[in-house]
Design a protein around this ligand. Structure first.
Ligand code: ZN
Length: 270
């Protein structure tokens, strides 16, 4: 089966593809209504689209019947990359993170560590098995690069909770910057692994962009969807990886984090 990948960064391509799967839904009649009425075509409130209760679900079904995969980028800071390319991306497992946590912070009093673990307990349950991916690697570097700078957000949150209330104590999160290699994995996520609510969100975002063009009324919003996958992602879905040289850093006053680890064991094999 041919792979058709929805790459959010390539706006022109996904706009051009719309007539291939949705011409029976976004009919000339619908188009004319928008061209005439020129509404604000927001993605969160869809009442600008005629008969939206039926058209939105029909469009989402057609969209995700057309694409086989969505491109996603996973930011991480692994000590070794080979396991990703051998066993794929494993969803979040608190046990694995805690092993690392105790190793990195072995010198921190155990009651502080335990307090942080207890505070994070509920979140650990709700996030079990999840993998976070952004649809745009440039936006990830600019807006939520902490995954790349520190690695696991859960580990970072545990570290932050040990410092609570100690303004002049060590910022334990910064230790995470000394372990592993800042990395972005490029993944083609099979559509079957994307939760329905996220598929609907992406469908509405595409409809919004399409509507703005028809109405000739750009809303100048620039957003990119995120995917939270609750399954392991097979190794063959990971297409490539790279190590960004600079990442916007919101946790220090320096502005940008400069990454000096630009190659890993896999880069050197090529
Ligand atoms: Zn590498």
């Amino acid at each position: 089966m041919t792979e058709r990948v929805l790459d959010w960064r390539n706006r022109r391509a996904w706009l051009r593809a719309i007539p291939r799967y949705a011409s029976l839904i976004l009919t000339p009649h619908v188009r004319k209504r928008l061209e005439h009425a020129r509404p604000d075509c927001w993605s969160d409130v869809m009442d600008w689209l005629p008969n939206h209760e039926e058209l939105v679900p029909a469009f989402c079904e057609a969209l995700w019947g057309y694409y086989t995969h969505a491109k996603g980028f996973h930011g991480c800071r692994p000590e070794s990359l080979s396991s990703y390319f051998e066993s794929g991306l494993k969803g979040q497992a608190v046990e694995r993170i805690l092993t690392k946590f105790h190793k990195i912070y072995a010198d921190v009093p155990s009651e502080l560590r335990q307090r942080a673990i207890e505070r994070m307990h509920q979140r650990g349950i709700s996030e079990r098995g999840c993998t976070w991916l952004s649809s745009d690697d440039r936006k990830m570097i600019e807006q939520h690069g902490h995954y790349i700078i520190h690695g696991s957000e859960y580990l970072m949150a545990l570290a932050a909770r040990m410092s609570d209330g100690e303004r002049w104590g060590e910022d334990y999160r910064l230790r995470l910057r000394q372990i592993g290699i800042p990395t972005i994995l490029e993944v083609n996520i099979p559509v079957a692994l994307i939760p329905d609510a996220q598929k609907r969100e992406v469908g509405k975002m595409i409809l919004s962009e399409w509507g703005q063009l028809r109405a000739r009324k750009p809303l100048r919003m620039s957003s990119a969807p995120c995917y939270v996958v609750k399954h392991d992602i097979p190794a063959e879905c990971i297409k490539t990886h790279y190590h960004p040289a600079q990442i916007i850093d919101f946790h220090t006053d320096l502005g940008a984090y400069v990454n000096k680890s630009l190659t890993c064991e896999l880069c050197r094999q090529v």
